[in-house]
Design a protein around this ligand. Structure first.
Ligand code: EPZ
Length: 422
């Protein structure tokens, strides 16, 4: 196993390129199952989760080739020969459950392992099941697997999600593209990754309106054709690197960043005294002098403050002037980074879904442990501002969602290295 060692090294300066979005790519890849014709994704991120999704699609009989150093994914589902997504792949990555809708729509049947528990919450699939049942699917849970079938095909319907779940919206929209008739999905999630998915499906011949709003209308078609689609910029990687100059000082331009992807987050940085400006290449973030101001944050569904940036924001608030309150409303157990940050001298009190952070002058480097993807990067960000050395272990969590972290941060002056644990 590897660890990453970060040594506080003063202000950062330079540019960081932002990759394609993991959470868009993980829903775009299963869309290949909807058509016999090839689907090619460009600007794909090089991450272990993408490799896991490739392995899952290949286990169903799809062809997946990573070209151009992995930034292009050429996929074809012409000869699917298996409709079971096995536990040994699904347990590695929950997003595997995004093959359920497309397989059901294309093959009329699908068997998908339930992912099981996760570090940040229970994360059930009840909303996915309710929506697909509304489209006429028969779904039963047997031996830890969801057995879904629609022998006469899916049928369009009007359905309201009880919660604007990202995954349930993605599975339902994909399934409805090949259903007979019209589906109206209400209280749909509005995340940019869903807008990107709909753009890709439309390029494949789907008839969809309303992406980015709470009501998405899908007019079913008989078949979808091939397409080439560029993956949208990763707004969570973007937000993460926007915090680097905020916490360590300096000025960094995030290449490919767009304000529309991070509006509510950027507004919080502005409130904390961090300047965020649009450039012709991306977003420039700077903290020249003075300490960060404490601000309160509540995570919400898009366009609210993203839960996937809560841990990184907590790291920043650990160094702020004053006390901030962070409320996590999306996942029930997403403060695992707090005790690790406390090991670095942070002052954090957690009660249920609320964390109260009293900023300190300076964090101190310490050995800490990554517990999930976003928690791991928050520890690296804290290390950029800490006195001495921070050693983050179990960084395999990081590889799931961040490509070339060491190279990207080194490029703006950070003192950081990856080492193999003895
Ligand atoms: C997506 O997960 C992202 N993952 C998550 O990013 C992100 O945190 C989340 O959306 C919220 O923005 C991918 O896109 C691969 P949800 P997803 O369904 O689709 C509950 C990261 O760090 N719920 O919107 O699983 C659920 O338990 C990851 O990159 C049900 O109760 O999120 C959670 O509390 C972490 N029943 C809430 O809704 C359901 O059937 C939001 O889940 C579905 C969800």
């Amino acid at each position: 196993m590897d660890s990453i060692i970060v040594t506080g090294n003063g202000p950062l300066n330079g540019q960081i390129p932002i990759a394609g979005a993991k959470n868009a790519c993980l829903t775009l890849m299963p869309a290949t199952l909807l058509s016999e014709e090839p689907l090619t994704l460009t600007n794909a991120p090089r991450l272990s989760d993408i490799k896991t999704m490739s392995a899952l699609l290949q286990s169903l009989g799809a062809e997946v080739s990573a070209l151009q150093d992995g930034q292009v994914l050429a996929m074809s589902s012409h000869d699917l020969n298996n409709h079971t997504a096995h536990y040994d792949i699904v347990r590695k990555m929950r997003a595997s459950n995004l093959v359920l809708g497309p397989m059901l729509a294309r093959l009329g049947q699908a068997i998908v392992s339930l992912p099981g528990g996760c570090a940040i919450g229970a994360r059930p699939m009840d909303l996915h099941i309710e929506a697909l049942e509304a489209l006429g699917a028969e779904i039963e849970l047997k031996d830890g697997y969801l057995h879904a079938k629609a022998p006469r095909g899916l049928k369009g319907a009007t359905h309201e999600l009880r919660f604007a779940s990202v995954g349930a919206t993605e599975n339902t929209v994909m399934a409805a593209t090949l259903a007979k008739g019209t589906t109206v999905l209400k209280n749909a999630a509005r995340e940019p990754e869903i807008v990107d998915l709909v753009r890709c499906l439309r390029a494949m011949g789907a008839q969809i309106d309303g992406e980015g709003t709470s009501t998405i209308t899908i007019q079913g078609v008989d078949r979808l054709h091939g397409a080439t689609h560029p993956v949208v910029t990763d707004r969570i990687e973007l937000g993460t690197y926007m915090i680097a100059p905020a916490i360590a000082g300096g000025e960094v331009e995030c290449l490919g960043g767009k304000m529309e992807l991070v509006e509510s987050f950027a507004a919080k940085l502005d409130e904390a005294g961090i300047s965020v400006t649009e450039t012709d290449k991306g977003l420039k973030v700077a903290r020249r002098n003075g300490r960060v101001k404490a601000v309160n944050v509540t995570t919400e569904v898009f366009p609210g403050f993203p839960t996937d940036l809560q841990a990184q924001m907590m790291a920043l608030m650990c160094t702020a002037e004053g006390t901030s309150v962070l409320e996590e409303t999306i996942f029930e157990n997403r403060f695992m980074h707090a005790p690790e940050l406390t090991r670095m001298g942070a002052q954090i009190e957690v009660h249920g879904g609320t964390a109260t952070v009293t900023g300190v002058e300076r964090l101190k480097g310490a050995p800490v442990m990554a517990t999930d993807l976003r928690a791991s990067v928050s520890l690296i960000l804290a290390g950029l501002a800490a006195e001495g050395e921070t050693r983050v272990s179990r960084v395999y969590h990081l590889d799931r969602g961040y490509e070339h972290v060491v190279r990207k941060l080194e490029g703006v002056g950070a003192k950081i290295e990856r080492i193999k644990d003895e």
